[in-house]
Ligand binder design. Structure first.
Ligand code: ANZ
Ligand code: ZN
Length: 824
């Protein structure tokens, strides 16, 4: 008997596909209306090392859909590229003492080779790398366009700084106030940084989520909603009485303007400029000392409710605009400088952090909402629920929060001391990095002209070589060391200028790569709007949930800005999103320390590409995690061999008329094809594999015991198996296709037409009730007549027994499903 040899199939078919190039998306076929477009996108990889199980999983799942679309007659754009700038590659290169470019491009070649072998239906002609000057030229161009629109700007801000590592840290890298890596106490440092003004788009980013409802995972939508963090409330103005006798109006943001009568003090963020501006001279030293401490805490620590409250009085009072009370003004770190207005009205009775602060500083507490719970003035437990207003002037006795808010806001508006306001938690996007491996920010700083954009025709600003230089993070960019690169004439006045030495966050590169693929080789613009009109937006995006917020939010932001620039006719980049699960082993995340890592290369070696792909697709619903300990690539291999063997058994000629074949098998084939289409539309890929297995079994039975290998229904079934397998196991499918007498490639064979007559069920179950109780079930033809069904029901032994000697008064017949006999 012949043996199924996956390795031989790979060696045989890969070169054939390379020369056929069957997945190159053709613009003309879409433009002529001959084919409808589909844009299938998988998140492009970072080039750190070779592909791993995670890549194998996401691309296997993604490829099912892309290949299915091809089979259904769509023109499919399924491109691939590399997110090749950025920290992961740079850090890995530094560790190996290699130049980031050498390391990056070597990895890209390795990964590209592995992808090809893995048999993915990519359109290789549109390949891109974000670290290519041809690409980052347009990243820089986009930065300049954003800047022209006021959406890219520079400001001083306090960033986390590790004095030991001499580097900036992200909030996530600060653990309990210490550097995650070395344990040194993290401080804050003022740095001049570039930002994208994503906050300008906060409301639209929220509103347009309506387009994504039901098409993106709920989890991702919730994460984005929380990240944007819209809240409704009011701005309330307080007049401050400063030590020098002057008055200054300060605005706070509050979600509970209705509790204004309970505002017994005010708190300003210790690190807000305002604190230093209003502090009384005798408190200035205390504030400065406190500020030192504040700089050590991360935002997460500062907002923590269980943290002991600290602060300093500023020696200033404020007038409560609803009752004229003089309340003290404090500085504390539990109020954040860059949230709301950086100042709060403290209502200790109804906000726990305010209450903790009041208790620590011995400040008054006044209940203004009686919730029926114990009085927070005594318990020091803030009550935050609804209730009846007390101690609140005109509001007293009212029991409706919305009405309370409306009344207070109306009153404040009348006095010009407040107004409704909306606040977002979303911050502007800090995009500059003091690192080497990224797109240089295309700005020249001139002592006379200030920030001067590099003229468009001088883009790209390419990275200096810096071979052999120390690229370790030092808090200032290593680009600063390349003096002959830094020192350039000012593009505006021609005087001596200096290039900006920061590079862009790698998330900038990935915020627009999906717009570049349709115009991958265009040299005059980042993309041609006509190309995006043809291919955009992405119909299906597949990738990890770890990108729920940053990448997916930034891409949405970029798309909206480019829409506003008139370059795109859509406002959301990714119509549908699938987050695949992760591949784990023995119930745990794969890791070096646990020693439970599964090496993709070894799996491919042992079981072959098709068995690994099939295993990943068959493991469960695509969103679920795959425990490699629970799946069986060996079982997949056995199944593929069985399917492949069918193709060797078929003895009828290609093109034989199937209608004379075994009807039962034909029904299975056509029902499978029909159901699979629905399953694929719902991305239930694992069930598709299960149905394919059932079809293989049904076919084998007919070959072995029915009409045998010559039955034309067998050919029809095996061809269907080959086409179904072309979505998951392309090498096996191609070989089957050839053995069936066809020419490559099965991937473009087209979806077989389904005969609706074969989908009709052969029999249905009719239920017979006597006096409403089920007495019998009859198998009848779907088109049985009412008379026949009634006769059959009344002839059934169980029904006859149930009627006994009673008289049949009425027989209600609902063919073909129900007969109801009424006796009396
Ligand atoms: C008075 C008040 C009374 C508040 C009350 C709450 C309950 P969200 O929903 O997150 O937007 N706040 C405002 N600015 C702040 C800042 N810079 N740092 C820390 N806290 C700040 O929360 C808005 C509420 O958070 C605001 O409403 C304010 O406290 C506080 F019974 O004002 B509230
Ligand atoms: Zn100048």
């Amino acid at each position: 008997r012949e043996t199924y040899d996956p390795e031989a199939l790979q060696a045989k078919w890969l070169p054939v596909w390379e020369s056929l190039d069957p997945f190159r998306a053709d613009d003309a076929l879409v433009d002529s209306g001959e084919r409808e477009k589909r844009y299938a996108l998988t998140m492009f990889p970072y080039p750190s090392g070779d592909l791993h199980m995670g890549h194998a999983e996401v691309t296997a799942l993604h490829d099912v859909l892309a290949r299915y679309w091809w089979q259904r007659g769509y023109e499919v754009l399924n491109p691939i590229g590399w997110d090749s700038f950025g920290l992961p590659a740079e850090n890995a290169a530094i560790k190996r003492d290699e130049h980031p470019a050498t390391y990056t491009y070597a990895n890209i070649e390795t990964q590209a080779g592995s992808f090809r072998k893995y048999g993915l239906s990519f359109d290789w002609s549109r390949r891109l790398h974000t670290s290519d000057p041809e690409y980052y030229r347009w990243t820089q161009w986009l930065f300049l366009k954003f800047r022209e629109r006021g959406l890219a700007y520079r400001k001083n801000s306090a960033v986390n700084w590790c004095p030991n590592d001499q580097t900036v840290l992200a909030n996530e890298q600060v653990v309990d106030g210490a550097c995650e890596r070395c344990g040194a106490i993290v401080t804050k440092r003022e740095l001049n940084q570039w930002y994208f003004k994503v906050t300008d788009y906060a409301q639209r980013l929220l509103d347009d989520m309506a387009q994504l409802e039901g098409r993106w995972p709920d989890r991702v939508l919730t994460l984005q909603r929380n990240w944007i963090g819209r809240s409704e409330g009011a701005h309330v103005d307080f007049d401050l009485h400063l030590a020098d006798g002057a008055t200054r109006r300060v605005t706070v943001y509050t979600t509970r303007p209705d509790t204004l009568h309970g505002a017994t003090f005010m708190v300003v963020a210790a690190d807000a400029a305002l604190a230093a501006e209003i502090v009384a001279p005798e408190q200035a030293d205390a504030l400065a000392a406190y500020l030192e401490e504040t700089r050590k805490a991360s935002d997460i620590d500062r907002l923590a409710t269980d943290r002991p409250k600290t602060g300093v009085p500023l020696g200033v009072t404020a007038t409560n605009p609803v009752n004229g009370e003089q309340i003290p003004v404090w500085a504390s770190d539990y109020v954040l400088a860059d949230y709301g207005t950086g100042a709060v009205m403290a209502v200790p009775a109804h906000d726990q952090r305010d209450l903790d602060f009041a208790k620590a500083m011995d400040l008054p507490v006044r209940r203004v909402v009686d919730t029926g719970e114990e009085n927070p003035e005594e318990t020091f437990v803030a009550t935050t629920g609804d209730g009846t207003y007390v101690n609140s002037g005109d509001l007293d006795g009212l029991g409706d929060k919305a009405a309370g808010i409306a009344a207070v806001v109306a009153h404040l508006e009348e006095d010009g001391r407040g107004r409704r306001a909306v606040n977002f938690r979303l911050r502007d996007w800090l995009l500059s990095r003091q690192r080497f491996w990224g797109a240089p920010i295309p700005i020249v700083h001139c002592p006379d002209c200030g920030e001067v954009p590099v003229p468009e025709d001088q883009l790209p600003v390419t990275l200096p070589d810096l071979k052999g230089a120390d690229l370790k993070p030092k808090g200032s960019s290593p680009l600063g060391a390349a003096r002959d690169w830094v020192e350039v004439p000012c593009p505006a006045c021609g005087g001596p200028g200096e290039r900006d030495t920061d590079t862009m966050d790698t998330f900038v590169d990935s915020s627009w790569y999906f717009l570049r693929y349709p115009s991958a080789h265009l040299e005059t613009a980042p993309f041609d709007p006509a190309d995006l009109k043809r291919w955009g937006p992405v119909d299906q995006y597949v990738g990890g949930v770890e990108h729920a917020v940053l990448h997916l939010l930034y891409s949405r932001f970029f798309t909206k800005v480019l829409h506003d620039m008139g370059l795109l006719d859509f406002t959301e980049p990714f119509t549908a999103l699938l987050n695949q699960g992760v591949v784990i082993n023995q119930g745990k995340k794969m890791s070096k320390s646990l020693g439970n890592g599964v090496n993709l290369g070894e799996q491919l070696e042992e079981f072959g590409v098709d068995a690994v792909r099939l295993t990943l697709v068959f493991a469960g619903p695509p969103e679920d995690n795959i425990d490699w300990a629970d799946v069986s690539p060996a079982g997949s291999l056995r199944f593929l061999a069985r399917a492949w063997r069918l193709s060797g058994d078929v003895t009828s000629e290609p093109g034989v008329d199937p209608t004379t074949g075994d009807v039962a098998l034909r029904r299975v084939t056509h029902r499978t094809l029909d159901e699979v289409a629905t399953l694929l539309d719902g991305m239930r890929f694992n069930v598709v594999v299960a149905r394919t297995m059932e079809l293989v079994n049904a076919t084998r039975k007919v070959i072995d015991s029915g009409a045998g290998p010559a039955d034309p229904a067998v050919r029809e079934a095996v061809e269907a198996v080959a086409i179904l397998l072309s979505l998951v196991a392309p090498y096996t499918a191609e070989e089957m296709w050839e053995r069936l007498g066809h020419t490559p490639t099965v991937a473009r064979a087209g979806w077989p037409a389904v005969d609706p007559a074969l989908l009709v069920e052969e029999s249905v179950t009719a239920v017979v009730q006597v006096q409403g109780k089920v007495k019998a079930r009859l198998e009848v033809a779907p088109d049985v007549s009412e008379a026949d069904l009634e006769a059959a029901a009344l002839a059934d032994a169980a029904v006859v027994a149930a009627i006994g000697d009673k008289t049949v008064r009425k027989v209600i017949v609902r063919a073909p499903k129900l007969v109801n006999v009424v006796v009396g």
